[in-house]
Design a protein around this ligand. Structure first.
Ligand code: B12
Length: 209
């Protein structure tokens, strides 16, 4: 089995203790960090499909998520950019009622590598907490809201509406997450949308630059 496939299988099986070494072995064997990351993202899709099919349940999803996070920890230093932070501060969080953070963390990592200073509010972030963070932090140029559940799309809408109604200015709002479409992003008044972490970084630069 190729080293990268081993990483894929360990994520699917939720083997947190083995994943760090497996990622390192894949890197040492010449795999690119981006390819290893993509393999882990693919694993999470497989896990989601198995959950949909009733083959696995929430605990299995959770241990797979933990394994992926451990794998990402090994890749993080290799994916980071120059950290010059010249594009200002980006506030990021997963919206209220939503506990998914892998995608948000990847988006955070890539936006950081594009030159932003990140302030990560974590998961289950209320609209008011986003607004408070914009007030508390200096030179906020971007607010990024993540939503992974169809049931939390209204929370995404509320976050954008509350941020826009706050009267605060000087930043753009970008939204994303699996159920979010460019049309929905536009409909709720977001300034930008991106489908994945790589394009989120490109869009972030475009919005702020
Ligand atoms: C892992 C996981 C969990 C873990 C999360 C752990 C964690 N720390 O994140 C746990 C076990 C907690 C969980 C719980 C639940 N989950 Co869940 N989960 C998943 C799973 C398998 C993987 C998600 C993931 O990490 N994907 C990998 C990342 C890299 O992809 P991503 O999140 O989509 O992010 C990318 C893009 O969307 C985008 N992006 C994301 N955020 C942002 C933000 C911005 C600003 C931008 C620009 C882009 C962007 O860029 C990211 C990187 O490329 C998905 C299945 C799937 N196919 O996604 C189900 C899934 C999302 N979960 C689902 C469900 C139903 C649930 C539960 C309701 C289950 C239950 N019965 O309790 C609960 C809800 C808990 C809650 N209140 O949030 C459904 C959602 C269905 C729907 N359409 O609403 C899915 C799709 C599974 C399924 N097929 O049914 N889950």
């Amino acid at each position: 089995m190729s080293k990268i496939n081993e990483v894929k299988e360990l994520v699917e099986a939720g083997k947190s203790k083995k994943i760090g070494t497996a990622v390192q072995v894949a890197l040492d064997a010449g795999s690119q960090p981006g390819d290893i990351l993509q393999a882990m993202v693919d694993s999470m899709s497989v896990v989601g499909d198995k959950f949909s099919a009733g083959e696995i349940f929430v605990p299995e999803m959770l241990i797979a998520a933990k394994a992926m996070s451990k794998g990402v920890d090994v890749l993080r230093p290799l994916m980071a950019g120059d950290n010059s932070s010249s594009l200002g501060t980006c506030i990021i969080g997963t919206v209220a009622g939503d506990l998914h953070d892998i995608g948000k963390n990847l988006v955070s990592m890539m936006i950081e590598s594009a030159g932003f200073t990140m302030v990560d509010l974590g998961v289950d972030v209320s609209a008011e907490k986003f607004v408070a963070a914009i007030k508390e932090n200096e030179s906020v140029t971007l607010v990024a809201c993540s939503g992974l559940l169809t049931t939390t799309m209204p929370a995404l809408k509320e976050a954008v509406a509350t941020i826009k109604a706050s009267g605060l200015t000087g930043f753009k709002v970008i939204v994303g997450g699996a159920p979010v479409t460019p049309e929905y992003a536009a409909e709720i008044g977001a300034d930008g949308y991106a489908a994945d972490a790589g394009s989120a970084a490109v869009k972030a630069k475009e919005l702020v630059g």
